[in-house]
Design a protein around this ligand. Structure first.
Ligand SMILES: Cc1cc2nc3c(=O)[nH]c(=O)nc-3n(C[C@H](O)[C@H](O)[C@H](O)COP(=O)(O)OP(=O)(O)OC[C@H]3O[C@@H](n4cnc5c(N)ncnc54)[C@H](O)[C@@H]3O)c2cc1C
Length: 380
């Protein structure tokens, strides 16, 4: 079968890209290795994403406007988002909904693991491990196959750097766990993660608890076990899941007739490991650029340039934050202390919800700057 575009990987980035291409009338195929895939993920998404993609409310099983940040010494800062919330989704339902939207738009959805890609003069030939699938031919390819993207390898993209290994366990609610059911909790604690953070995310019928690290010296299972013990949970999880998170964009994610989107391109923000927003946004921007390229000959790299222009400041800011404050427990203690400031809370939430750098008055910027200097000196 020959298509205009083959999208490889049916997570949020691939499913969104495939839907937009199909809606534009392009012959599109979405290849997903496992249509029942349960992507290991906290499933926390910002209000801005829910609004932009018109996600139905039944997909968002919790809308949480209260958060707690906990320091290594156990200092707890409560935060409230008066104008928004963090939405909690369950990836098995979420991904399947997005793929279904692509199908409704006219995209062909196939199950099969991409095994190889051969470049021809006018496109590509894709082979899969599914014997029942015919060879797929496509003029263009979107690689949306996650952090360990084989598409990127096959097409010779520069490597995905800095991968956090993250683990999560799901616990069904019991009377002892019920108290976490309406609040997002984030732990900045070297015993839980030496360079990332631990999270407690409530879902409709379970609690998702997880942690991550980039540091190969640490065993992720040991960190997770310690975290669960520190929280005081003695129940047995009904699901353990783990996967890598790339936290640095690849040096380039546009090639000839090809682009990478989402985790495959490395589009997850440092410090908070947020990837669903950037997966769906890159899927959308990538698909739009590809439509412009196919229809009007517009350069395909408008996608990458546009993405970097919009989000490079956020990636840079969070990279600095992580490299400065996640280094040791004294600095983490200082970081949580800074989060107690009402202006810091407001700016953080406004930026999180809509991914826009929110300008603050000079007086507020100076106050936050001075607090940072004070706490950095104290923590170093
Ligand atoms: C433990 C953990 C917790 C996280 N929590 C959050 C969170 O709370 N909020 C948030 O925003 N982000 C979170 N993330 C990050 C988020 O999960 C990713 O950034 C997001 O899933 C990226 O979407 P994607 O579509 O680019 O890739 P993926 O969701 O990884 O989808 C890739 C798809 O490609 C398929 N695939 C792979 N190889 C092939 C192949 N060869 N052929 C065909 N198909 C293939 C896979 O089956 C998969 O369905 C978390 C990540 C982890 C690991």
């Amino acid at each position: 079968m020959r298509y205009d575009v083959a999208v490889i990987g049916g997570g949020p980035s691939g499913a969104v890209a495939a839907r937009i291409l199909a809606e534009a009338g392009l012959d599109t195929v979405l290849l997903e290795r496992n249509l029942n895939n349960v992507k290991p993920c906290g499933g926390a998404i910002p209000l801005g994403l829910i609004e932009e993609f018109g996600l139905p409310s039944e997909l968002v099983e919790k809308k949480l406007s209260h958060m707690r940040a906990r320091s290594p010494k156990g200092r707890v800062i409560g935060m409230h988002m008066p104008n928004g919330y963090v939405g909690m989704v369950r990836r098995e339902r979420f991904d399947s909904y997005l793929r279904n939207e692509a199908k409704k738009a006219g995209c062909t959805v196939l199950e099969g693991l991409m095994r190889s890609i051969e470049r021809k003069s006018d496109g590509f030939v894709i082979t899969t491990l599914n014997d029942k699938l015919p060879q797929i031919e496509a003029r263009y390819i979107i690689g949306a196959d996650g952090a360990n993207s084989k598409t990127a390898d096959e097409l010779g993209f520069p490597p995905n750097e800095l991968k956090v290994i993250a683990m999560q366990q799901r616990f069904r609610y019991s009377p002892a766990i019920e108290k976490f059911s309406d609040i997002v909790e984030i732990w900045f604690d070297g015993e839980v993660s030496p360079d990332f953070y631990g999270w407690i995310f409530p879902k409709a019928d379970h609690l998702a608890i997880g942690t991550g690290t980039e540091d190969k010296k640490h065993n992720i299972k040991t960190l997770q076990k310690r975290f669960v013990e520190k929280i005081g949970i003695t129940e047995t999880p009904y699901l353990d899941e783990a996967a890598k998170i790339p936290m640095k964009p690849r040096r380039s994610f546009t090639g000839e007739r090809t682009i990478l989107v989402g985790d495959a391109a490395g589009l997850v923000t440092p410090a908070n490991g947020e990837g669903i927003f950037f997966a769906m946004r890159s899927g959308k921007l990538g698909a739009q650029a590809m439509i412009g390229h196919i229809r009007n000959g517009a350069p395909l790299d408008l996608y990458e340039k546009g993405f970097r222009k919009l989000y490079a400041p956020i990636f840079f800011g969070l990279e600095v934050l992580q490299s400065v404050y996640y280094r040791n427990d004294r600095l983490r203690e200082s970081f949580v202390a800074i989060c107690a400031d009402d202006d810091v809370k407001r700016i953080t939430f406004d930026s999180y919800l809509y991914k826009k750098m929110v300008p603050a008055p000079w007086s507020v910027q100076m106050k936050i700057f001075s607090k940072n200097i004070y706490h950095l000196l104290k923590g170093s």
